[in-house]
Ligand binder design. Structure first.
Ligand SMILES: Nc1nc2c(ncn2[C@@H]2O[C@H](COP(=O)(O)OP(=O)(O)O)[C@@H](O)[C@H]2O)c(=O)[nH]1
Ligand SMILES: [Mg+2]
Length: 356
């Protein structure tokens, strides 16, 4: 799973990135570019995985991972190449979710490209840049199709029509239909990607919200957009401390959890992610998948051979396994179900795949 961080310069993107990843960062340079985005991966901490670890005593534990990409700030005109914006954006075209950072902390020492604090304005500037960047991409795709339109097959002509329709929808700021999203996947458009807003506030704003903070919260609520309020700088400073100390400090200033945990929770909700677990070869592994995925697809995710040669799966819900205390007891109690390829995976299922 990958998340791409966007926002205006000095919104606190890199600060948030550090806060999210510093404690366990594995910062890798991006190999094929000169304007390197910061990249780091974090383990998705998971209560169930911890419980399964103490229960099953595995040789190895592999949590699901979330990768963050932090790109340089966008400015007005980024889509036209202003400030190299377009190149930055290409780095995050393939992410699963966009994390959009809005600056709410005041102008003291840190300047703002637009000269004042106004998160609603900033939100719309960046949204517009994402949309304009998509339009440029679509224009190119449409142009390519048109150049050879005489020799196009029926499906390709249909694709051309489809792209033109989408172009108009994005251009006019209309909502793209749910059913079209899947078909658009291969174009990696940014403006239609699931996105989460992170409002970056200073520590003292949490208990004492500014007018701007109230305004942007209401604005997002009215649009039905999920957001979280993050004291990014404080969290970056806290990242040197133990998780327990961090949480205690945050609770002291009125925040219920780390931005990372809130972000993971909200991302899973937004993307309708659930988790299943495998324990084969005494390797305990968590697998994130989309709700509604069937067992055969889940098998394929682990390995194409397991998907292709799938015979059956033994499935036990996490809660039953925890209650009974071991896989053997679960089997004896008949709580391990044999499932075929078309059964949907449920959140928390512990699965053993049989395959040829
Ligand atoms: N006071 C305060 N400063 C912040 C906060 N977040 C970021 N900054 C500062 O703002 C500056 C720009 O932050 P940075 O993360 O580099 O912004 P980016 O350009 O969006 O990556 C840095 O000096 C940060 O220390 C915050 O919540 N409060
Ligand atoms: Mg930065």
């Amino acid at each position: 799973m990958q998340a791409g961080i966007v926002g205006l310069p000095n919104a606190g993107k890199t600060t948030l990135f550090n806060a999210l990843t510093a404690s366990q960062a594995e910062v890798a340079p991006y190999p094929f570019t000169t304007i390197d985005p910061n990249i780091a991966e974090v383990d998705i901490t998971d209560e169930r995985l911890l419980a399964l670890t103490s229960l099953l005593n595995p040789l190895e534990v592999r949590p699901a991972r979330l990768r963050f990409l932090d790109i340089a700030g966008l400015v007005k005109g980024a889509h036209k190449g202003e400030g190299l914006g377009n190149e930055f954006l290409t780095h995050i075209r393939t992410v699963d979710v966009i994390v959009h950072v809005l600056r709410c902390f005041p102008i003291i020492n840190v300047s703002h490209v637009e000269g004042s604090i106004n998160p609603v304005r900033d939100l719309e500037i960046v949204r517009l840049e994402l949309a304009l960047s998509d339009l440029t991409l679509l224009e190119r795709a449409i142009h390519k199709h048109k150049k050879i339109s005489k020799s196009l097959h029926k499906e390709e002509l249909e694709e051309l029509n489809f792209l033109e329709t989408i172009y108009l929808q994005i251009n006019e700021g209309r909502k793209v239909e749910e059913t079209d999203l899947l078909r658009l996947r291969k174009y990696n458009l940014l403006s239609i990607k699931p996105s989460l807003l992170v409002i970056n506030v200073s520590e003292d704003e949490i208990g004492n919200p500014s007018e701007e903070l109230q305004e942007v919260k209401n604005y997002l609520k009215n649009q039905g957009v999920d957001y979280l309020v993050s004291p990014a700088l404080l969290e970056q400073e806290l990242s040197a401390f133990s998780p327990e100390d961090r949480l205690e400090y945050l609770k002291g200033v009125g925040v219920s959890g780390t931005s990372l945990n809130q972000l993971i929770f909200k991302t899973n909700k937004l993307l309708q992610r659930i988790f299943f677990y495998t324990t084969a070869s005494r390797i305990l592994q968590a697998w994130p998948i989309k709700k509604g995925t069937v067992i055969k697809e889940a098998a394929r995710m682990i390995h194409t051979d397991i998907g292709e040669g799938f015979i059956k799966a033994e499935v036990i819900p996490f809660n039953d396994l925890l209650r009974l205390g071991s896989l053997n007891k679960a089997k004896e109690s008949g709580l391990v179900k044999i499932e075929g390829k078309d059964t949907s995976v449920e959140d928390g299922d512990v699965i053993y795949f049989h395959f040829r």
